[in-house]
Ligand binder design. Structure first.
Ligand code: PHE
Length: 477
């Protein structure tokens, strides 16, 4: 391909988007929050959100990227200008950049745990480990700010290396190699787990839908996780979309990514809970679920060092193909302003690394520092992004695409009339109302309320400006 900024092959966008979507969210976070919120009902809300809200928001984000061919901040601002809307809409991109810094900062630390476990499995140190020793292993890792820092640094450097190399050499080669490998590895581990664990118990835990068991907070967690797992609301899909060819179908792409992402989460969940229940372990043990239970579950099984290391490698590959998509929107912003890609990557990476140190310290020296409720800095970053800024960012992008773009633009982006009408309905009404409803019912936390009110105010001002600017736009779709 001539154009340096378009993916070399049409399917590379799908691969890259799946690489971004499938990550620690599927392998580490989905199982542990499903365990915490009680299983089936949580999974049901998550699945509904993915397909009713996630898919249309995904289409909106990719569409805006593809139409503007710019990074999120500039792209939204440019489209707003062209359509006579307020340039304040660009603030969605700025919120996305901050969200990206926060997510990558803790994402890298957690991925670092996988480096530790990879090394420990491979060296045979975890063979025959018992429950106490497995807990102590994670406890010792958490207590060592030094080790956490080293692993966090290694992971950030790997992410920066790929981003520094740029779209063709770095991103494409990265996803082309990492993704197929990831699927093969997950398949092997899942078969292994189903044969050796309690598959029936895992299936009934994940698929017994009893909505009365789900707390309001669980609803919001499931909704927020749908955004997190599809990489929505902060610009990753936007920036990948800006490299997407004009011919590929948005709807097919979005549905493919959502299906693959969901399949990976469910297969990972089945594998992990088969091992957990097969070994009589607790489902609701928090962020440590993957890292305490798997070594324990593997311990009594033949070939544990190999399978354990294999699985951790899988986690790492998945994390890397996601972390690059978190850094890229931020780097793309500066590169489009003529800055050097390598230098920008170094500066942004160093900044994210520094913020990541707050998460490192949240697990040891600053574990008692809980500025809000009993939340450490890590908890705050995690909750603020998944439960607040990602859903808000996603909804604003969806509103922007569906209300501000002209009918002609939408026809060019989604040529099929039926698909377009369904999308307009979902993107204009279902996604925004669904997210607002769940947020308002679930957030009985005063500080978060204040934040939501502030952001809603900015949103309302933008909408008023948009209406007041009296642009010519055909709203009939
Ligand atoms: N979707 C990724 C995962 O599930 C995380 C991510 C969030 C990536 C937001 C990009 C943007 O691990």
């Amino acid at each position: 391909m001539q154009n340096n900024n378009i993916w070399s092959h049409r399917w590379t966008f799908i691969l890259a988007a799946v690489g971004s979507a499938v990550g620690l969210g599927n392998l580490w976070k989905f199982p542990y929050i499903t365990g915490e919120y009680g299983g089936g009902a949580f999974v049901l809300v998550y699945l509904i959100t993915i397909f009713l809200i996630g898919v249309p928001v995904f289409m909106a984000e990719a569409m805006l990227g593809r139409k503007s061919r710019k990074s999120p901040v500039d792209g939204v601002t440019k489209l707003a200008r062209e359509n006579g809307a307020s340039p304040l809409w660009g603030s969605v991109g700025i919120m996305g950049a901050f969200t990206g810094v926060l997510i990558l900062s803790f994402y890298s630390v957690i991925a670092g745990w996988a480096i530790h476990y990879f090394v420990r499995f491979a060296s045979g140190a975890l063979v025959g480990i018992d429950a106490d020793a497995a807990g102590a292993e994670l406890g010792a890792l958490f207590a060592s700010a030094g080790s956490l820092t080293i692993y966090h640094t290694i992971f950030m450097l790997a992410t920066m290396l790929i981003i520094g190399l740029g779209v063709h050499k770095g991103l494409e080669r990265g996803v082309n190699v990492l993704l197929p490998l990831l699927f093969v590895m997950l398949f092997v581990v899942a078969i292994y787990a189903a044969m050796n664990g309690d598959f029936a118990a895992a299936a009934s835990f994940l698929f017994t839908f009893d909505l009365s068991k789900l707390s309001l907070e669980g609803w919001l967690a499931a909704l927020g996780h749908a955004f997190f797992t599809l990489s929505l609301g902060m610009g990753s899909i936007f920036v990948y979309g800006s490299y997407m060819s004009s011919e590929s179908s948005l709807a097919k792409t979005a549905v493919t990514v959502a299906l693959l992402d969901t399949a990976v989460a469910l297969v990972a969940g089945l594998a992990i809970f088969s091992l957990i229940f097969g070994n009589g372990l607790e489902a609701s043990q928090g962020p440590g679920l993957l890292f305490v239970s798997l070594p324990l579950a593997f311990a009594e099984m033949p070939g544990s060092a190999f399978f354990g290391a294999f699985f951790m490698l899988l986690v790492l590959f998945a994390a890397l193909s996601s972390s690059i998509s978190i850094l890229e929107p931020i780097v793309a912003f500066f590169v489009s302003r003529g800055r050097s890609r390598v230098l920008t990557t170094l500066v942004c990476g160093a900044g994210v690394w520094l913020v990541g140190m707050l998460t490192v310290l949240s697990f040891n020296h600053w574990a008692g520092f809980t500025p809000l409720y009993d939340w450490t800095l890590f908890d705050i970053f995690d909750k603020l992004t998944s439960k607040v800024t990602l859903p808000l960012g996603g909804v604003m992008l969806s509103l922007f695409a569906a209300w501000v773009l002209t009918k002609d633009a939408l026809v060019a982006q989604i040529p099929n009339a039926t698909v377009r009408q369904i999308w307009v309905l979902l993107a204009r009404f279902v996604a925004p109302l669904g997210v607002t409803f769940v947020m308002l019912t679930a957030l009985n936390v005063p500080q978060l309320w204040a934040l939501v009110a502030a952001i809603a105010f900015v949103g309302a001002v933008s909408v008023l400006q948009l209406i007041a600017s009296g642009r010519r736009r055909d709203s009939q779709v």
